[in-house]
Design a protein around this ligand. Structure first.
Ligand code: NAP
Length: 315
């Protein structure tokens, strides 16, 4: 529909993108954030964040998102909500051209990719059929539907254990199904889960099928990895937290992500990709630590590098 221009385009409005836009805007360059939903990314639907410094009692994910957004806007970042960047290319003169689903074409002198990651699916029978009818990937969004009911959380990482704890505020019983007998999650969270009376651990168990009565979920069939026996857990809801996949479609043709399981490789000290003018931050990258603090840190680094890149172009 129309052509628009900015100095730095930030793709994604989670902690990495919001921090990048704060730093870029404070560098006094025209900064636009494209966010396909609301800002905050994965923390927007995280009940409680306990490990982001300066909040000794913790802070809700939605409030942390709101504060980060307000701070970026205060310094002049323009945030385009509910706008998806559908295609990106680097022109011969080094300018990036972005197409949006609003029909606009944007040009940018530099791009910071902070498109994050999305929850993985198990790919088992019943999952698609009962999505939204008992199968969920968002405890904050759907916990209220399971008051006094029995549910399961699948996974053994931080997300699974933290969300299992949160879900016990609603559900009367939470089966925590994990394929091994050891957890990846932080020890302090594992300790809390193990002492929570509403949580029953179902360990060394692989989910095979989500069962239902054609309208709603009624159970989860699991197989023991120890003796191959199968059992059905009778329940009303299934929450999957089995990892995440990087949102990397936009870099196809620009960056080869195959060596990093879909992640964009960056030079950690600069958030610099192999493409001049293209920077990346947060969960999309090959960084080891996937945390709000590290996403924000890499967002700041990406903005610093992008500002330096623009300055070098100008002189
Ligand atoms: P994750 O750490 O990758 O854990 C995924 C879990 O799902 C693992 O326990 C894995 O089992 C299990 N899993 C994967 N595929 C499976 C399958 N096909 N069937 C059954 N189980 C399967 O993912 P996450 O918990 O979403 O966390 C992602 C990143 O964000 C991590 O770096 C995490 O530390 C971070 N995070 C941090 C916080 C926090 O600090 N507050 C909160 C949330 C997330 P195995 O262990 O056997 O591989």
């Amino acid at each position: 529909m129309s052509e628009k221009h900015c100095d730095i385009a930030v793709i994604g409005g989670g902690p990495a993108g919001l921090t990048a836009s704060l730093y870029a805007a404070r560098g006094l360059v025209n900064t636009v954030v494209f966010e396909k939903q609301m800002t905050g990314g994965q923390i927007a639907t995280t009940e409680w964040v306990e490990n982001y410094p300066a909040f000794p009692e913790g802070i809700s994910g939605s409030e942390l998102s709101r504060l980060m957004t307000t701070q970026a806007e205060k310094y002049g970042a323009q945030i385009e909500l509910f706008v998806t960047v559908t295609a990106m290319k680097r022109l011969d003169d080094g300018i990036f051209e972005l197409q949006t689903d609003a029909g606009d074409t944007w040009t940018a002198r530099a791009v910071i990719l902070a498109s994050g990651s999305v929850p993985s699916k198990l790919g088992i029978p019943g999952e698609d059929k009962y999505t939204g009818r008992g199968v969920s990937w968002c405890a904050t969004c759907d916990a209220g539907f399971f008051k006094d009911k029995t549910i399961t959380v699948i996974g053994g990482g931080d997300a699974a254990l933290e969300e299992a704890m949160f879900l016990t505020k609603f559900a009367s019983k939470v089966y925590l199904v994990h394929r091994r007998d050891e957890f990846r999650a932080a020890p302090i969270v594992v300790q809390r889960v193990k002492t929570n009376e509403r949580i029953e651990l179902v360990l060394s168990a692989t989910p095979l099928e989500i069962e239902g009565d054609d309208t709603r979920v009624t159970g989860l069939r699991v197989k023991s990895t120890e003796d191959e026996t199968e059992r059905v857990l009778n329940l009303d809801g299934v929450f999957e937290f089995v990892g995440t996949n990087p949102v990397n479609e936009l870099v196809a043709g620009l960056v080869d992500t195959r060596a990093n399981r879909g992640h964009v490789a960056v030079e950690i000290d600069g958030s610099v990709t192999e493409v001049p003018g293209l920077f990346a931050a947060g969960d999309l990258t090959n960084s080891t630590l996937k945390q709000v603090i590290s996403a924000s840190g890499s967002g700041a680094t990406a903005a610093f590098s992008a500002l330096k890149y623009l300055e070098e172009l100008d002189h």
